[in-house]
Design a protein. Structure first.
Length: 140
């Protein structure tokens, strides 16, 4: 079902894993300030990355076409482990997956698991590239 909304931002809080609409930003801010653990859908370290999925509480469907997008998954690079040396070559571990947003807790959990798998797949591809590079280096 497509929903078309007009007007300003829409605010929500969680009751269990269900989003409930709030009257205004003050009501949201009051809840948001004391709900850190409640809002965390998932946090998974994967090598040099961290995958975080949270409830935002503000509808990020700014076009207003479709369901409220209230959950977000992001991947962060945790710093110094962003490259691998293979001989004189430096292989970078950039991971540009972007931000993913979801309407429900269940979608956010699935999206989190998919992002974690994407990070693992990315690191496996780098491991294979490093192995090929090391094999070529031995041949020379």
């Amino acid at each position: 079902m497509r929903v078309r909304r007009r007007g300003g931002l829409r605010y929500y809080r969680l009751v269990g894993h269900r989003a409930v609409a709030l009257k205004d930003a003050l009501e949201w801010a009051t809840w948001f300030g004391v709900s850190d653990k409640e809002r965390q859908v998932g946090f998974t370290p994967v090598g040099p990355y961290s995958v975080s999925t949270v409830f935002l509480g503000i509808d990020h469907n700014f076009l207003g076409d479709g369901p409220a997008l209230l959950f977000e998954t992001m991947t962060f690079n945790d710093g110094d482990q962003s490259s691998t040396h293979v001989g004189d070559d430096l292989i970078y571990h950039p991971l540009d997956i972007g931000i993913r947003r979801y309407a429900t807790w269940d979608e956010a959990e699935r999206g989190h698991a998919q992002m974690v798998q994407s990070c693992r797949d990315h690191l496996e591809a780098i491991d294979r590239a490093v192995a090929v590079g090391l094999a070529r280096e031995k041949e020379e």
